[in-house]
Design a protein around this ligand. Structure first.
Ligand code: FAD
Ligand code: NAP
Length: 261
């Protein structure tokens, strides 16, 4: 194997949860720098199949746990889906407890609490698939619980088997004492206990807002959008139609986003 490239450090898989045939969580222990809830780092493996032409494959993955969790910030959890023919995710899917995996030393990303404008009272976290991960990390923070009047977690998946981390969600419901509102959406199954469809359409019809039980207002609602880039694009368009503006450091607005590809 070639030398570990600058910026990566060797870690070890110390836990694994299999949610479905293709979705899993890895707990990885590595000596990385401090991170902030909502951020991501790189995971990497060496692909030696090309002989001398072997290469390091690295991709971004978001932390699921808060850096302040009981095991400490060097024990990290990642929620991953194996993309068919995906170069790295299919290899990560083969990792078991005790295996080595390489981790980016320096976490990154701006989908954090500090980037949310101070006027925000109601925080809306809209995710598809594995992008619920960074929102669970944010929700784990005591500041999130204290700072906002309401926090809505929307998780849109294809099938109910991908409504992961139900134990964490139940714990958040107890901890937030009425301030936390969980809205699961399933797109490819008929179920009585979840909304059916896609985030942008359900936002437009008002069904998502009804399910959350929290009114939208340009005065103090703020949205983070994360996951499938077409969900991010379509939802941004609906929010703009509803009178909300994209937020940036230079221009205060109502929503910001992170695309997973
Ligand atoms: C900031 C950030 C955070 C991320 N966090 C996570 C995370 O926590 N968990 C996670 O599973 N992934 C996450 N991703 C996606 C991840 O970095 C990889 O892109 C993904 O695992 C696919 O890599 P691959 O090498 O297997 O696929 P590649 O061989 O690189 O093929 C990628 C192609 O697969 C398609 N694709 C379909 N579904 C996805 C998908 N869910 N993600 C990426 N590409 C997809 C796209 O067309 C994309 O071009 C994140 C991406 C970014 C930018
Ligand atoms: N989920 C699975 O069962 C499964 C199994 C094996 C492999 N994979 C692969 O894993 C990768 C990621 O799959 P994923 O299911 O986590 O993510 P995904 O394809 O992004 O789907 C997650 C949710 O996002 C919705 N969505 C898609 N486009 C949207 C848009 N424009 N606006 C709003 N919502 C939108 C989907 O609805 P729709 O259902 O309406 O598209 C689904 O409810 C894919 O490459 C997939 O092929 C998935």
């Amino acid at each position: 194997m070639k030398d570990t490239p600058h910026g990566l450090i060797k870690g070890e898989v110390t836990g694994r949860i299999n949610w479905t045939d293709s979705e899993f969580s890895l707990q990885i222990t590595a000596d990385i720098a401090c991170y902030t809830a909502g951020q991501f780092t790189k995971l990497a493996l060496y692909d030696g199949s090309g002989g001398d032409e072997g290469e390091w494959i690295r991709r971004a993955y978001s932390f699921v746990n808060s850096p302040n969790h009981a095991l400490g910030q060097q024990v990290m959890e990642f929620l991953i889906i194996a993309v068919p023919d995906g170069q790295l995710s299919s290899r990560l899917d083969r990792l078991q407890v005790g295996d080595d995996v390489y981790v980016g030393k320096s976490p990154a990303g701006f989908m954090t609490l500090d980037e949310i404008p101070r006027y925000t009272k109601d925080l809306w976290l809209l995710s598809t698939g594995t992008a619920i991960g960074p929102f669970l990390s944010l929700l784990d923070e005591v500041e999130t619980q204290q700072r906002f009047d309401n926090v809505v977690l929307v998780h849109a998946v294809r099938t109910s088997a991908e409504l992961v981390y139900q134990d964490k969600i139940q714990h958040l419901e107890e901890r937030y004492q009425g301030k936390f509102h969980y809205v699961p959406i399933v797109s490819r199954e008929n179920r009585k206990d979840t909304l059916r469809g896609r985030i942008p359409a359900l936002l437009k019809t008002g069904d998502l807002v009804n399910a959350a039980g929290i009114a939208l207002t340009t005065d103090y609602s703020f949205f983070y959008l994360c996951g499938n880039p077409s969900m991010v694009k379509d939802t941004s368009e609906v929010l703009i139609q509803l009178g909300y503006q994209k937020h940036s450091r230079r221009s205060t607005g109502h929503f910001n986003s992170e695309n997973y590809w």
